[in-house]
Design a protein around this ligand. Structure first.
Ligand SMILES: C[S@@+](CC[C@H](N)C(=O)[O-])C[C@H]1O[C@@H](n2cnc3c(N)ncnc32)[C@H](O)[C@@H]1O
Length: 253
């Protein structure tokens, strides 16, 4: 991911992700109001810790986390807990190579009402102490694999991709190798978060996907007509709820 603020930086080339986040903002607000168990967490939690996983260096992470804080504050007021509105800490996570300098010097407003910290490391493993996070947000990060699947690089494997990473026109073996790697990565992601989240917390995952039945070669044309889909499910030992907002390819362009 390109750092800085130059022409080819993520900062200057992430308006599509930003637009998608705007599309689902109302949904995310609704879900926080409905599912975040503030009766439970308000008695024990100060500060409320929000982790944005795969934050990059641009302003999208700032908008997303600021919005979450505003919605949580509103929720406290609407439930009559105004006097208990907690302090907030936002933990910005990305790979160690991320340009955290640009995040903190250009993207983060100089005045804000929350505490911040950078957490470099891979979200496929543990990043935070046990039962320490109240809200986890991750937008357009979960589809990043931890590595190229080994079979793809092995000339003797049916999944060898002849040195390419492109797979919409590759064999099923190649696509399956990527899919299996994704399964393993998501499993590791969820297991780590299950340890790190408090009971009654909330995980918000925003990602792209193709609907069942859409072939790899059809993806770019098919998605434009599909609705945004949501699904809610329990997410492991600590997490109160997980909401995955799936944006089929092309829905926001
Ligand atoms: C497309 S950007 C999304 C940035 C931001 N969340 C947004 O919505 O604009 C994906 C980010 O995920 C980060 N990322 C990829 N794999 C990661 C991992 N294993 N652990 C932490 N961050 C990761 C990348 O470095 C990149 O900054």
């Amino acid at each position: 991911m390109n750092g800085g603020n130059g022409t080819y930086s993520y900062s200057k080339n992430s308006s599509i992700q930003r637009e998608a986040s705007i599309i689902v903002e109302a949904l995310i607000n609704e879900v926080i109001a409905e599912k975040l168990d503030i009766e439970n967490i308000s008695s024990t939690s100060n500060p409320i810790r929000i982790a944005d996983l795969g934050c990059a260096s641009g302003t999208n992470t700032i908008f997303a986390t600021q919005n979450i804080i505003e919605v949580v504050e509103k929720l406290y007021r609407s439930k009559g807990f105004e006097s208990k509105i907690p302090e907030f800490q936002v933990l910005f996570n990305d790979l160690p190579t991320n340009d955290f300098n640009t995040l903190f010097t250009s993207s983060l407003p100089s005045e804000n009402n929350y505490f911040v910290a950078a957490v470099p490391g891979s979200f496929h493993g543990r990043l935070f102490p046990e039962a320490s996070l109240h809200i986890v947000h991750c937008s357009f990060g979960l589809h990043w694999l931890s590595k190229v699947p080994e079979e793809i690089l092995n000339k003797d494997s049916p999944a060898w991709n002849k040195g390419k990473i492109y797979y919409t026109s590759a064999s099923d073996e190649v696509a399956n190798a990527y899919a299996s790697q994704f399964d393993r990565d998501v499993d590791n992601f969820l297991n780590a978060r299950a340890m790190e989240m408090v009971s009654g917390g909330l995980m918000l995952l925003l990602t792209t996907a193709a609907a069942d039945g859409v072939s790899r070669s059809e993806m770019s044309q098919a998605a434009a007509v599909m609705p945004v889909d949501t699904m809610a499910s329990g997410a492991g030992a600590g997490a109160g709820a997980a909401v995955v907002v799936v944006l089929p390819f092309g829905t926001w362009t």
